[in-house]
Design a protein around this ligand. Structure first.
Ligand SMILES: [Zn+2]
Ligand SMILES: [Zn+2]
Length: 586
């Protein structure tokens, strides 16, 4: 969830203060154990806090109880946090043994430096804090991770200890339970266990390899995506993965986003880059001929793979990567068509997100930032158009003032998963910049050329991040229509194998993703394996099933459904898949 300062409640502020104060207490506790500890920074974060330390040895969670015990003592002592203001010279003397603090002091523009002291412990800090350590509620240290000083991989790697803190023990316990649930659903863990994808140090971090089962899910998503787009008047297109650097100079990306672009490669004396976005290819295609106002809007949709540089330290499974496939589209329209187009995108976006099972979402309308392309007037009209589109669909939304991108206002939709965590979903951005830079026009009713209004939009974000959200939302137990393997056939004895293959062949003809577990293992073990693989349906077939042309159905929940004729199962399964029914019960 995006929380702008205005929206932050006093309750949130109180918790933030308390969490940040807990970071100071943790630093004091760590210093009491390691007298040589060097300190980085220690901010409050969502649900808790962290502090970065340089320590004489690597810590692990076994060290937490001792740190927590010291923290508890400091909290019990109810020592006040006292603010002090000193000049830089005094601050440098106080932190003479703290190289990271000295670096921070050097960057403070004022001559005066704020310190906070609790007991004998002093930290460089602006505050605010709670009045005294006793006001810190229930806390727990939860993890430790390497973190480069200032996120820069050329600087030393520090040890970052994460903690969580809440007003009450009850709230902390609830949160720890949620963390436990989330860990079980971690897409990196499930991705490995369910054999969906892998990322290889040998190939490079942040580059995803989709295994057959992950690829099966992706194909379901892509097919559904393409069908829905075609139904709603989009044309599906493809554009190349590399393009001349000059194109990105014209667009301004080379100037503004260079940090995210990979270095150019030379081809026949010309510089090329791998594309960081799909927009420019679509613009070139639009511009291949004069466009009349009558043929607008033009809607180009592409599942376009793009590459952007992200620091290795921030990469995270499928949700933060270096190469990803955006479900992208660009709409070229007249200004008077903008509202209808935005309504169309919102309807499509919500339909898709809802079909995948995310029914809880939040909308945000971001308005003009300080630096912007285009005129104030056109910004205001476009922003008004976006809010009218939201109003037409009776959608509630929050306004995030000044948070639009420089080229136009936008609508973001965040959806929530089963655990209530937010995922970045659909985005709709109006663009006043690129049409101007590339002179993208249409011929109006008046016979004159007019600048087009361009809309960038994505519905799912990227295939990678969306798969991460699906895995965690369902804990890997996907609805039947999405499941990479929908049915497994388990023969009771080897003599039932022929029938098992016959069942497989019949259902495969219907497009069902099915496999026979032909291993010579006990039936119970095969059932257990299918449950671990979270396969929706198991068809157990023995002599009786062979004789009667039936199947004995088990659900992955362990529930046993009575035997039914194979033809009936086939028909019911078809209905479940076509209608994208989430309940497995037949
Ligand atoms: Zn502080
Ligand atoms: Zn775009």
């Amino acid at each position: 969830m995006v929380i702008s300062n205005e929206q932050m409640t006093t309750e949130d502020e109180k918790l933030q203060k308390m969490r940040h104060s807990a970071a100071h207490v943790m630093a004091e506790a760590v210093l009491s154990i390691f007298q040589d500890a060097k300190f980085g920074i220690g901010p409050a974060i969502e649900n808790g806090f962290y502090y970065d330390f340089e320590l004489p040895r690597s810590l692990d969670p076994d060290d937490f109880p001792l740190v927590e015990k010291k923290m508890a003592e400091i909290i019990a002592s109810n020592t006040p946090f006292v603010k002090e203001e000193v000049d830089k010279k005094e601050a440098r003397r106080l932190f003479a043994n703290q190289p990271y603090k000295l670096e921070l002091i050097d960057e403070i523009p004022d001559e005066k430096v704020n310190l906070f002291r609790q007991g004998s412990f002093v930290d460089l800090c602006r505050g605010p804090h709670v009045g005294s350590t006793g006001e810190i509620g229930a806390f727990k240290l939860i993890s430790i991770a390497g973190a480069y000083w200032r996120g820069d991989e050329h600087r030393p790697m520090l040890q970052r200890i994460y903690g969580v803190a809440f007003d009450t023990q009850k709230a902390l316990t609830k949160h720890l339970k949620e963390l436990e649930d989330a860990a079980k659903r971690d897409h990196r863990k499930l991705g490995r266990e369910l054999d969906l994808f892998s990322i290889h140090e040998e190939a490079g971090p942040g580059l995803v390899h989709w295994h057959p089962k992950g690829a099966a899910i992706r194909r379901v998503i892509e097919d559904f995506w393409k069908d829905e787009h075609i139904k709603r008047g989009y044309d599906i297109v493809y554009t190349p993965h590399i393009a001349k650097l000059d194109l990105w100079r014209t667009s301004g990306h080379w100037e503004f986003y260079r940090d995210y672009l990979y270095a150019p490669m030379e081809v026949e004396g010309q510089e090329y880059i791998v594309k960081p976005m799909n927009c420019l290819g679509h613009i070139l295609m639009y511009k291949t001929r004069l466009r009349s106002y009558r043929e607008l809007p033009v809607r180009y949709a592409e599942l376009g793979t793009v590459y952007r540089y992200e620091r290795s330290g921030v990469l995270h499974g499928l949700s933060r990567v270096r190469g990803f496939t955006q479900d992208d589209a660009h709409i070229f329209c007249r200004f008077d068509q903008l509202e209808d187009e935005v309504v169309g995108v919102l309807e499509l976006a919500l339909f898709m997100v809802d079909t995948f099972g995310f029914t809880d979402y939040q909308m945000l309308l971001s308005t003009r930032p300080e630096k912007y392309a285009g005129t104030i007037q056109v910004w205001e009209e476009a922003t008004k158009t976006l809010s009218q589109a939201l109003a037409r669909l009776k959608l509630d939304y929050d306004v995030d003032p000044g948070e639009g991108v420089f080229y136009g206002p936008k609508i973001d939709i965040k959806f929530r998963d089963t655990l209530g965590r937010g995922w970045q979903g659909p985005t709709i951005q109006v663009d006043f910049n690129l049409p101007q830079r590339f002179n993208v026009t249409y011929v109006g009713e008046d016979g004159q050329e007019h600048l087009i209004v361009m809309v960038h939009r994505t519905v799912l974000g990227s295939m990678e991040r969306f798969l991460a959200s699906l895995i965690e939302h369902y804990g890997g137990a996907f609805p039947v229509w999405i499941a990479p393997v929908q049915v497994t056939v388990i023969p009771i004895a080897d003599r039932n194998l022929d029938y098992a293959y016959k069942v497989e062949t019949e259902l495969k003809k219907e497009g069902v993703r099915i496999k026979v577990d032909a291993r010579s293992e006990r039936v119970n073990l095969k059932i257990r394996q299918a449950q671990l693989d979270k396969i929706p349906y198991m068809l157990v077939v023995g002599d009786k099933e062979v004789a009667l042309s039936t199947v004995s159905v088990r659900l992955r929940s362990g529930e046993q459904v009575s035997s039914l004729p194979l033809v009936d199962f086939k028909e019911t399964l078809r209905r479940v898949i076509v209608n994208k029914i989430k309940d497995l019960k037949l």
